[in-house]
Design a protein around this ligand. Structure first.
Ligand code: SF4
Ligand code: SF4
Length: 318
């Protein structure tokens, strides 16, 4: 795979400053039951990196010490971590809202029986990737048979009260399949709602439209095809000042499977640690806040300010 960090490090992107941490985003490990083409963490069934017990034990302590309101769990497939349900239960007992970045098909993996019911019982917000509402496009990007399983998972979640207005929250995430900026979130959301309801009886709350980041598998593919600098030109050309105020690194801190801290998941995948001495760790958050610190930026940050942006809160600027 081609390294993209050397192509991104020289940047004129204006570094934002941090507010208080409101979201603790934790990567529980890189194991996943899928190996999608655009996965920016290169997750897959053969990855063995998984958060160890001492770091897992720190999470509820940090949530409490910093008064953080949201725990955002990601991976890989975070549900495959053996302590996933224990961690969610502990966070919920502290009054913390839990969000799970779910690939949907994990619901049907061996050992994951009752997962959907567990989500519902704990009012876990589901952020589910579904790159299209047609089988052909989803299977091309995420693997053979993934679409049918994803629809079955959505139907199961709907049956438990997910996706209805005022009910449990089920959001979908879309990213384009090629080196282009995604189209309007509002337009695509209404297409998704219409098609998924008409063909499968599936409902959901919101569609988040994300820009592909020029890193990891996707960035490497751009390099291989000689499209890297054109794609960077597209991201820079799509820059919007209005998106800079809402980038997720202002109020989120990202934690890797070893407990080290980053300004966001993209920086984590590039190995760009929080600025400062040494490499700050989850345990440092027991005693200190990050408010006022500058964010570590590189050229991939233009992916967060182009068009809809790529911060997982979805469209930053409509
Ligand atoms: S489901 Fe998500 S974590 Fe797993 S390989 Fe696909 S993009 Fe990566
Ligand atoms: S890539 Fe990360 S650090 Fe850069 S602007 Fe986006 S969220 Fe912030």
């Amino acid at each position: 795979m081609h390294a993209t960090l050397p192509l991104l490090q020289s940047t004129d992107f204006l570094a934002p400053r941090r507010d208080a941490v409101e979201i603790l985003q934790v990567n529980l490990g890189y194991q996943c039951n899928q190996s999608c083409l655009h996965c920016h963490v290169n997750a897959g069934p053969n990855r063995t990196e998984m958060m160890q017990g001492d770091a897992i034990d720190l999470i509820p302590r940090v949530l409490e010490a910093r008064g953080i309101g949201t725990l955002d769990l990601t991976g890989g497939a975070p549900e495959l971590h053996p302590r996933f349900r224990e961690l969610v239960s502990k966070a919920v007992a502290l009054g913390v809202h839990v969000m799970d970045r779910c690939n949907l098909t994990v619901l049907f993996e061996p050992g994951q029986e009752g997962l959907a019911e567990f989500f519902a019982d704990n009012e876990v917000e589901i952020m589910a990737s579904l790159p299209c509402y047609t089988a052909a496009n989803v299977d091309k990007q995420r693997g053979e048979g993934v679409f049918d399983k994803s629809i079955a998972a959505l139907q199961k979640l709907n049956s438990l009260g997910y996706g209805q207005e005022g009910g449990l929250v089920l959001n979908l995430v879309y990213n384009p399949s090629g080196p282009s900026l995604p189209c309007s979130q509002a337009t695509l959301q209404s297409d998704y709602k219409r098609e998924l309801l008409k063909h499968f009886g599936v409902v959901f709350n919101q569609l988040y439209v994300l820009t592909n980041m020029p890193i990891q598998r996707f960035g490497s593919m751009l390099v291989s095809k000689g499209q890297f600098s054109d794609y960077m030109g597209l991201l820079k050309g799509g820059y919007s000042d209005a998106n800079l105020g809402n980038v997720m690194c202002r109020n989120l801190v990202s934690v890797d499977w070893q407990g080290y801290l980053y300004d966001c998941d993209f920086n984590q995948q590039l190995g760009l640690a929080l600025p400062g001495n040494g490499h700050p760790h989850l345990r440092d958050l027991l005693h200190s806040d990050l408010r006022g610190n500058a964010v570590r930026v590189a050229d991939h940050c233009y992916g967060c300010t182009a068009g809809q942006g790529s911060s997982c809160a979805g469209a930053l600027h409509n």
